[in-house]
Design a binder for this molecule. Structure first.
Ligand SMILES: Cc1ncc(COP(=O)(O)O)c(C=O)c1O
Length: 469
């Protein structure tokens, strides 16, 4: 029994893979966004025992085509406008296949020399977008949540020099983390994982545009200091998940400077809008942060997973994560970075490859245009909602998230509208709650979406709203 393919099997597998990718790509607009599930097939996928004698490549690919694809959500569909989730770019499946073939272990450079410099080039380019130079560093992560977890770990090590030795066990007053009410739940989750405790996360009030109120932040930090607590970090959001609001980073950075706090920017959704000339100015103050998370698997349309943590002073990452071990080599090549010293993982895949490959294949300009197109489409969506007698915007449209309410139905009925749109195949949109009121959220992070798609969605929402008048 061999785990390699024979020459003819490899030729067949290649041909069939290419055919499958090609037919999938062509079928995307016609596929249901959320499939009608074949539960028998799914049950079979869960329960069928693995065969002692393999089914072979042709049968495997046929099963994938006939059983897996029809029961998979069409994330790439042009009217998938839910959450913050874009279609993968076109070169991604090919680069991913090569990554699997060469299987570099991006822990230390002996096992991944080219990968080490490719990851550095991606990180350097991303850091440069925020005005950071070669002193900055970072690493590709599983996503924005992991980037923020790693950032908070780094902040803890920076704030408490004995953190590695004592953790949170030194019996001192509570460390306190500040973020806004509109922050992504990954911030609270990170605080829970790190043992900070969500009770020690202050959810600072926001203004009418859902931006963190810097005056309240300052008062809260000062009150905590007076109470003998230990403020250590603020997580500001550049592009909140619900509305795309951008916190006032300049004012927040002043507060952090006054109180010696680490400033992390959650830019998982909004950070990469820095590619657009129109938004760049609103993100300029991010350069003052200590760390920034961004998500190439959102606006760079990398297939899942690819997040990135950027740290202004890359030595801080090593302070948090570098451990010596007798069974691993010590890196001493200035061309290389041993990424095991920059994050919690030892074995790591080559996630930077797909980001690098797409930037090389399509060029940065293609991504700038995609981001600008998404901004245009969101603005158009918002204009149509504003002009409608049966819908209203729930928040300003800063980036590409459009939050709306249908005025002819109750708040709780918005969930039914979402189900209708999804069941009939019109669009996948998401729910939103703002100031305690429920509505619908559409987020354009999809380079396949066109104006006609937006029209179709808005027309259908209007039709539903009118029918309930
Ligand atoms: C503002 C914000 N932060 C964090 C995240 C989490 O990112 P990920 O899903 O890559 O972990 C998201 C996801 O949409 C987000 O919008």
């Amino acid at each position: 029994m061999s785990l390699t393919l024979t020459d003819p099997e490899r030729a067949d597998a290649g041909r069939e893979l290419v055919a499958l990718l090609d037919s999938y790509e062509r079928s995307i607009p016609a596929r249901p966004i959320v499939p009608a599930l074949d539960r028998d097939v799914l049950l079979g996928l869960r329960e069928d025992p693995f065969p002692e004698q393999g089914v072979g490549v042709a049968r495997l690919l046929r099963d994938i085509r006939d059983k897996v694809l029809p029961n998979s959500t069409t994330i790439a569909h042009p009217r998938n406008l839910a959450y913050v989730l874009g279609p993968p770019n076109g070169i991604a499946p090919y680069v991913e296949a090569i990554a699997a073939a060469i299987n570099q272990n991006c822990n230390f450079s002996q096992l991944s020399p080219a990968a080490s410099v490719i990851e550095q080039s991606v990180v350097r380019w991303l850091a440069g977008l925020f005005g950071w130079g070669t002193g900055a560093g970072g690493l590709i992560t599983d996503g924005g949540s992991m980037a923020t977890l790693n950032a908070l770990t780094t902040a803890l090590h920076d704030h408490c020099p004995d953190f590695r030795a004592t953790g949170l066990q030194a019996g001192r007053p509570a460390l306190v983390l500040y973020t806004s009410r509109e922050a992504h739940r990954s911030v609270q989750k990170a605080a829970a994982i790190l043992g900070l405790g969500v009770d020690n996360v202050r959810s600072i009030a926001t203004d009418a545009d859902f931006r963190l109120r810097a005056d309240v932040l300052r008062q809260t930090v000062e009150a905590d200091r007076v109470a003998g607590l230990r403020p250590f970090c603020v997580v500001a959001t550049s592009g909140t998940v619900a509305t795309g609001a951008i916190d006032p980073v300049d004012e927040i950075a002043d507060i952090c400077a006054d109180h010696g706090l680490w400033l992390h920017i959650d830019g998982a959704y909004g950070g990469l809008f820095v590619l657009s000339e129109r938004v760049r100015g609103s993100l300029a103050a991010c350069t003052r942060a200590d760390s920034i998370s961004v998500d190439p698997h959102k606006l760079l349309f990398a297939p899942l997973e690819a997040g990135c943590l950027l740290v202004r002073d890359r030595r801080k990452l090593a302070d948090a994560y570098s451990f010596k071990s007798s069974y691993l080599p010590d890196g001493d090549d200035s061309l290389m970075i041993d990424y095991m010293d920059y994050g919690p993982q030892l074995s790591r895949g080559f996630k930077a490859f797909k980001v690098w490959g797409a930037l090389r294949a399509f060029g940065v300009g293609a991504f700038r245009s995609a981001v600008d197109d998404n901004l245009d489409l969101a603005r158009y969506f918002a204009e149509r909602v504003s002009a409608s007698p049966v819908m209203e915007l729930m928040a300003p449209v800063t980036l590409t998230a459009v939050c709306l309410r249908i005025t002819t139905i109750t708040e709780s009925a918005h969930d039914d509208v979402l189900s209708t749109l999804s069941a009939e195949g019109t669009a996948l949109l998401g729910p939103v709650t703002l100031d305690g009121r429920d509505g619908i959220r559409a987020c354009v992070t999809n380079y396949r979406t066109t104006k006609a798609d937006i029209d179709l969605v808005v027309d259908r929402l209007t039709g539903i709203a009118m029918s309930r008048r």
